[in-house]
Design a protein around this ligand. Structure first.
Ligand SMILES: [Zn+2]
Length: 110
């Protein structure tokens, strides 16, 4: 059985796209998009929103309520080993090139 959700974007139904046009001649509307539930959108935002834009519009409109679900009152930290500077070199017929990166490894508590 297929389940559908209406897009939760607050202004989804105002976007002027052909796929949103519904109704009979003389009584047309732009309708909120319908999203089909499937294995790929389970536990993902795209099960309830037709686009990143609709997701952003919803989040911006209801930001305080969304944050209130799980407020972050303290920072989180991930223990890491002392970072190492690693120099890389690349030699080619156009010349030699070197660059430095910082290697960051998470402390393994296993
Ligand atoms: Zn939408």
């Amino acid at each position: 059985m297929s389940e559908y959700n209406w897009c939760h974007g607050p202004s989804c139904h105002t976007n002027k796209t052909q796929d949103r046009i519904r109704g009979v001649k003389g009584s047309k509307v732009l309708r909120t998009r319908k999203i089909k539930e499937n294995n790929w959108n389970e536990n993902r935002w795209d099960r309830y929103f037709c686009s990143q834009n609709c997701y952003d519009n919803f989040t911006n409109k209801y930001l305080r309520q969304v944050i209130a679900i799980a407020p972050r009152t303290e920072c989180l930290e991930t223990p890491i080993e002392d970072p190492k500077k690693v120099t890389h070199t690349s030699e080619s017929r156009w010349g030699n090139h070197s660059w430095t990166t910082t290697e960051i490894n998470v402390v393994d508590n296993a």
